[in-house]
Ligand binder design. Structure first.
Ligand code: FAD
Length: 417
């Protein structure tokens, strides 16, 4: 066999394996080290995977790389589940992103053997009628969302498994619900590979220069090159671009707990309880019903201390456990002493105010930066991917100021909830 036909045979074997959904890692050692793609996406979390998907849909040759694997346990997208909701106060840009993403999540659900989207509905409730309530309702009316306002009596009638005596008003969003995060991203990467995209487990070294990139170096010393590069490294972005993002993305430790409802008690399952969030004067607690037998999920949305995504340990603190137990005793008294099923430690990669980052690198004009999910980014994954790909294909000419690097300050002042 000549060298050329041997190479063709390898490429054809690889394409067949990828089309069959085999992960690329078993094949990638055979890849030509000098191969060139239109785009290389670094990071197969929710943002990178959707960006790769949309670029592929636009006919681009795309290589998707992840250092630890798609939606791995240390990635922000590696958790079990994420809420999707349309209430964002007056921040209509995020209501629109969440709403437009929903049809893509439903499509992805159809690609997976198991649900990616659970249409549980979402109830967001408030101790007092915050401006946020009327602003959300106003935006939802304009976008023709069927959001319902519930007073305390209605909340008590619908959800007697919770106590509502301190609550004035709730917003019920029947069309939204819960996304199965890890499953979603891994299903999407499978679909991306089946559509002809290439995926490899490989770590990209931080680019050395602040000018247009001709290639990136991998941790094994090889290089890969493309016309443009999308860095969607989530909480690792500050490490990839320390001078640019080291002070603009704040990575915080977040703790999540799953509790076992009483045996035979269906009140905390998805048929009786929607996904929920307690506004709590801006100091939000949120949770989800017992989905797929994992348990009732709860977390305090408050930013934790800084964490290193590579080295930070993943054992929850006794303080955080006590905090959510105290909350459950107040709000869901039947769960006050529920046994703990599981704990997870993850991280938020926060911008100064909670706005997403989707913008070109200021000096390396073939580099796009995508990240700063800020604890609410997962639901927006499809729209982030579409937006990023349209910036690269030229369909979008300007960057929405809310997503620009310029608007990312070096002091934290959280404003997006
Ligand atoms: C506890 C918790 C609860 C949350 N709840 C919600 C919620 O209810 N609703 C919601 O919408 N959002 C929620 N979020 C936010 C959401 O999960 C994140 O905004 C989103 O997952 C961020 O995705 P990402 O793709 O930017 O980053 P990641 O998922 O972290 O992906 C980045 C990827 O880049 C890879 N990578 C990094 N560096 C390199 C390198 N040098 N080379 C190659 N690969 C690299 C990593 O391995 C990783 O897989 C929550 C987050 C957490 C932590």
């Amino acid at each position: 066999m000549s060298r050329i036909s041997r190479r063709r045979a390898i490429v054809s074997t690889m394409a067949t394996a990828l089309a069959a959904g085999v992960t690329a890692n078993s094949q990638d050692k055979k890849m030509s080290k000098s191969a060139t793609w239109d785009s290389i996406v670094i990071g197969a979390g929710v943002f990178g995977a959707w960006t790769a998907w949309y670029l592929r849909k636009a006919g681009r040759r795309v290589l998707l790389l992840d250092a630890l694997g798609a939606a791995n346990a240390r990635a922000s997208s590696g958790g079990e589940s994420r809420l999707t909701r349309g209430s964002y106060g007056s921040d209509e840009v995020y209501t629109r992103f969440a709403l437009n993403s929903l049809s893509q999540w439903k499509w992805l659900s159809g690609q997976s053997g198991l649900p990616v989207f659970h249409p549980t509905g979402i109830v967001f409730f408030f101790q007092k009628r915050e401006a946020y309530v009327d602003q959300s309702l106003e935006v939802h009316r304009r976008l023709q969302l069927p959001t319902q306002e519930l007073d305390r009596a209605a909340l008590e009638r619908r959800y007697p498994q919770a106590t509502w005596k301190d609550i004035e008003v709730g917003l019920l969003e029947p069309g939204f619900g819960v996304l199965m995060a890890r499953r979603a991203v891994q299903t999407l990467v499978g679909a991306f590979v089946k559509s002809g995209g290439e995926y490899r487990v490989a770590a990209v070294k931080p680019p050395a220069a602040d000018r247009a990139l001709s290639q990136v170096e991998l941790s094994d010393g090889t290089t890969v090159s493309a016309g443009n590069y999308i860095f969607a490294g989530g909480p690792w972005l500050p490490r990839l671009f320390p001078r640019l993002l080291g002070q603009r993305i704040f990575v915080t430790r977040q703790e999540v707990f799953f509790f076992a409802p009483p045996a035979g008690d269906a009140r905390f399952g998805a048929a009786s309880l929607p996904g929920w969030a307690d506004f709590n004067d801006g100091d939000i607690y949120y949770g989800m019903p017992d989905l797929e037998g994992r348990g009732f999920k709860i977390a305090h949305d408050k930013h934790g201390p800084p964490i290193d995504p590579d080295r930070g340990d993943r054992v929850a603190s006794p303080g955080a456990l006590a905090d959510v137990r105290a909350y459950m005793a107040r709000r869901f008294p039947a769960l006050a002493n529920a046994p703990l099923n599981e704990e997870r430690v993850c991280q938020y990669e926060n911008s100064s105010n909670g706005d997403l980052l989707i913008d070109r690198h200021p000096t390396a004009d073939n580099v796009l930066l995508v990240g700063a999910g800020s604890g609410h980014g997962f639901k927006h994954g499809p729209e982030v991917g579409r937006y990023a790909s349209e910036l690269l294909t030229g369909k979008l000419k300007t960057v929405e100021p809310r997503f620009s690097l310029e608007t990312k300050a070096e002091q934290q002042n959280r404003a997006v909830h």
